[in-house]
Design a protein around this ligand. Structure first.
Ligand code: NDP
Length: 292
């Protein structure tokens, strides 16, 4: 392996420590303790793990955590009613509705109902629009965390060629907006892109967010490129437990890339750290306080 390993665990731990200091200062100087409310509908095992770890991290940062669990059969009206109550609750600074929602619930209607200034996932169209036109916004946590990882190895991004594989509203599109805002020249590729490998090979910064195990091989990577692997895919193992792999063939890519994130231990830990950071940002923005 010649590539430098981008240690998401360490960078996320540093960010969480900085957030905890910020929370202490808010409590001391303003008597404010930010609160994050997380809603889980149904019993999806992966979502349960995510919700539990978000609640734990929130408490560890010194903030208040509110967990709401609704049964899989909850109606859209019940969920919207809960969102309205959280919107009105002064103790709640951030609201996160864990996705995916059951098929009978219109996820867009629910995301649209969240107050934009409490939308710590950054999925509300108002926040997506603000990001697109370059105004301060609550930015989706996974791309925001990925930007932090990129900057950890390359602070000078202006003029770099960036390629984002994937165009979802949650990862690909906001990632492209953030890279563009950092003065990169950005290409967004997707399932209809011709000769994906050739497109990817142009990248000084390659972000893979497609959800296809080890799709990005050695010949997709420009020598020396920064490779950010957002993908989280569970693949079968002989013991039946399965293991997590990214969208990048890590061993092969490590021989060519200049720097690379592992899976797990790369982007994943940053997502939760940035959620905590967004909650503090939301608490400050709602009260008109300056952001640090
Ligand atoms: P989506 O399924 O919403 O989007 C996937 C994107 O990849 C789409 O734009 C799709 O193209 C594109 N795509 C799919 N297959 C191919 C292919 N064969 N070639 C080229 N493009 C392809 O996924 P998400 O954006 O939500 O997530 C992407 C990955 O990131 C997943 O593995 C997910 O688990 C992971 N993830 C990780 C997080 C973390 O914290 N680390 C957080 C969120 C997601 P098209 O639009 O044409 O269909």
């Amino acid at each position: 392996m010649s590539a430098r390993l981008i240690d998401g665990k360490k960078i996320a731990a540093d960010l969480r420590a900085a957030v905890a200091l910020d929370v202490d200062e808010l409590a001391e100087t303003r008597k404010i303790t930010p609160g994050l409310a997380v809603v889980l509908v149904g019993e999806d095992p992966a979502s349960q793990v995510y919700v539990r770890s978000k609640g734990k991290a929130t408490l560890e940062a010194g903030m208040k955590s509110f967990e709401h669990r609704l049964p899989a059969g909850a109606t859209q009206a019940e969920l919207l009613d809960l969102v309205q109550r959280m919107n009105a609750d002064d103790a709640v600074d951030g609201i996160l509705v864990q996705l995916p929602l059951p098929a009978h619930i219109d996820a867009n209607a629910v995301l649209d109902a969240i107050r934009p200034d409490k939308d710590v996932d950054g999925f509300h169209p108002i926040n997506a629009g603000k990001l697109a036109v370059g105004r301060p916004a609550l930015v989706p946590c996974t791309p925001w965390g990925s930007m932090r990882l990129i900057r950890a190895v390359e602070p000078k991004l202006a003029g770099k060629r960036a390629v984002v594989l994937g165009r979802s509203n949650i990862v690909g599109k906001p990632m492209a907006q953030l890279l563009l805002a950092a003065d990169c020249t950005v290409t967004v590729a997707h399932s209809k892109t011709n000769d994906l490998a050739a497109v990817a090979r142009e990248a000084d910064i390659l972000v893979a967010a497609v959800g296809r195990p080890a799709m990005v091989g050695r010949d997709w990577i420009k020598p020396g490129a920064i490779v950010i692997d957002v993908g989280i895919n569970r693949v079968p193992t002989p013991d039946g437990k399965g293991r997590l792999v990214g969208d990048v063939d890590f061993a092969a890519a490590s021989d060519v890339a200049g720097a690379i994130t592992p899976v797990p231990g790369g982007v994943g830990p940053m997502t939760i750290a940035c959620l905590l950071e967004n909650t503090v940002r939301a608490a400050k923005l709602r009260r008109g306080l300056a952001l640090t």
